[in-house]
Design a protein around this ligand. Structure first.
Ligand code: SF4
Ligand code: SF4
Ligand code: SF4
Length: 265
């Protein structure tokens, strides 16, 4: 089956946060206290009860205040680092590429939160689980679009086949280049490619998106070299402990005998 994804065209986003509210409502996520910090952005980052947020970055350019809005959520990576490190196999990819978690299997170890190059999954201490956007797989299975897409009245969000969205994004960037020479697509190749794609008018960093998201070498080492030998390492560690126990006992007994011999001449 073909991958399904989301295209976020930041040039059409008005920062209304309809998507943020719709996501909370559909997923029945409780409100969380927050603090006003002089910006429209609320919350400051994704949280375990906010699977998507609008980010607002402000800059003074040519003597004018300029806002760069964008929507953040799980990127639904083509090669998800979170899935690779999960020791419980609680994270999987659907046939259409959505990265989903099985809450019953999640033990709250938070390995996925450290592995994600986009800093997406968040730990919910009250349930001892990690949560994130599911790309609304439950709605998509019923032939509906994701709740955030449904709520977006400006057409800034589009849901569909990744290949088709990518072609649309390329056309859009081409049409923007005369006005925004740094217009670009984000998600085509970042971290190996993602099912969430963005049309940006400037560098990703201006929107608070990681410029060069990379899976950490520790995650790669864990997945490629350590995890496959996990059961052997556990067995070796156990064998080492047993060996150490007997060695200590034997050495202790030998030392005691030696001391006895010395004492009695
Ligand atoms: S963005 Fe992070 S949580 Fe989402 S699929 Fe990629 S690695 Fe996993
Ligand atoms: S796809 Fe669904 S879960 Fe993900 S941000 Fe949109 S509404 Fe929330
Ligand atoms: S609903 Fe659409 S226009 Fe409103 S904030 Fe979300 S993406 Fe932007």
């Amino acid at each position: 089956m073909e991958n399904l994804g989301l295209l976020v065209d930041t040039t059409k986003c008005t920062g209304c946060r309809g998507c943020q509210v719709a996501c909370k409502q559909w997923n029945q996520l409780p409100a969380e206290p927050t603090t006003f910090k002089g910006t429209y952005q609320n919350h400051p980052d994704l949280t375990a009860n906010n699977f998507t947020i609008l980010t607002y970055h402000e800059y003074e350019e040519d003597g004018q205040l300029k806002w760069y809005f964008t929507k953040r959520q799980c990127m639904h990576c083509l090669d998800p680092a979170c899935m690779k490190v999960c020791p419980q196999k609680a994270i999987s990819q659907t046939a259409t590429g959505a990265v989903v978690r099985d809450m019953a299997k999640c033990v709250g170890c938070q390995y996925c939160t450290y592995a994600c190059p986009f800093h997406v999954p968040k730990y919910n201490a009250s349930i001892d689980k990690v949560t994130k956007c599911s790309l609304c797989v439950n709605r998509v299975a019923e032939g509906l679009e994701p709740a955030c897409v449904k709520a977006c009245v400006t057409g800034a969000l589009q849901f569909g086949k990744r290949d088709e969205l990518l072609a649309l994004a390329k056309q859009r960037v081409d049409s923007l280049l005369s006005l925004y020479p740094r217009a670009n697509i984000y998600g085509e190749t970042e971290a190996g490619g993602t099912n969430i794609l963005y049309v940006l008018t400037d560098f990703p960093g201006k929107y608070g998106l990681p410029e060069d998201p990379k899976v950490s070498p520790v995650t790669i080492a864990w997945n490629d070299y350590i995890k496959p030998y996990g059961p052997w390492l556990i067995a070796l560690t156990a064998a080492g402990s047993i060996l150490s126990f007997f060695t200590t006992r034997l050495l202790g007994a030998g030392k005691a005998a030696h001391e006895e011999e010395k004492f009695h001449g």
